[in-house]
Write a protein that binds this ligand. Structure first.
Ligand SMILES: [Zn+2]
Length: 256
């Protein structure tokens, strides 16, 4: 009888270990809660962006862990980090992806209750002079001594290179999966899609990087939802499912 019980126990251990799903322990993500410390981010209705994004990042941390990922937070508490420090952490850890979490806001009070929605951004070249300047500074060492034509060719190849294409793909997968998760319960939730933008925190990243604006803190309905743990959980799970999909595809393409 004793032997039989041992057999059952060992059998269950094998069964349990076999239920863990695919091994994702080689994947590493760095997640970034925007703002922190003296930088409160957007504020409305007595709520602060820095607190909201920290709550979501903690949920995101758990969700990635549950999927077997290695995961690091740029900040796990209420402290300030410069934008450069955030992407440096991702570089140091050699993360597969970098995800920055923010909340949106508008300045025009009369439009607070009409503007809402979840948006995911990735870095892309725009006609904006500021983003050009940032790119030139980023590539200063490469560009030294090159004439204007070759400078433009180099800038183009950096900004339109694999990192941008990959960040774009990642943004699409993450945005879609967040909306799927959120809309399953909150059918009227709005999605603003995925968009290119010259965010500095993404400019510094040398890996697929996105910035998720989880919603408008200035919109009463969305603000209330954003501070609801169930809603936060859905955003976190959607992000993880999006990253799963993106990395599954990438590994398939690379033949890993
Ligand atoms: Zn922000």
């Amino acid at each position: 009888m004793k032997q039989f019980i041992y057999f059952i126990l060992i059998g269950s251990v094998f069964l349990l270990s076999g239920c863990g799903g695919p091994d994702r322990s080689h994947r590493l993500v760095v997640i970034d809660a925007g703002h922190g410390g003296h930088d409160c981010g957007a504020q409305c209705g007595g709520k602060q962006e820095k607190d909201l994004v920290l709550q979501i990042v903690h949920k995101l941390y758990k969700a990635f862990k549950n999927e077997g990922y290695r995961v690091y937070m740029t900040r796990g508490n209420d402290r300030f980090l410069t934008l450069g420090q955030r992407t440096k952490i991702a570089d140091k850890k050699d993360a597969d992806v970098f995800i920055s979490i923010h909340a949106n806001a508008i300045a025009n009070k009369s439009r607070f209750e009409e503007v809402e929605g979840i948006e995911t951004y990735f870095l892309q070249k725009t006609r904006d002079a500021r983003s050009q300047r940032i790119a030139e500074r980023e590539n200063a060492a490469v560009l030294k001594g090159a004439d204007t034509l070759s400078k433009n060719v180099i800038i183009d190849s950096v900004l339109n290179g694999p990192k941008i294409v990959e960040s774009n793909k990642l943004a699409i997968d993450v945005q879609r999966n967040i909306m799927k998760r959120v809309k399953a319960k909150y059918s009227d939730a709005k999605g603003g899609g995925f968009r290119p933008a010259p965010f500095y925190v993404l400019v510094g990243a040398s890996r697929p990087s996105i910035l998720v604006e989880v919603g408008y803190i200035t919109n009463t309905k969305e603000r209330n939802r954003l501070f609801n743990p169930d809603y936060q959980e859905r955003i976190a799970e959607g992000i993880v499912e999006g990253v799963n999909r993106y990395l599954d595809n990438r590994e398939r393409e690379l033949g890993i």
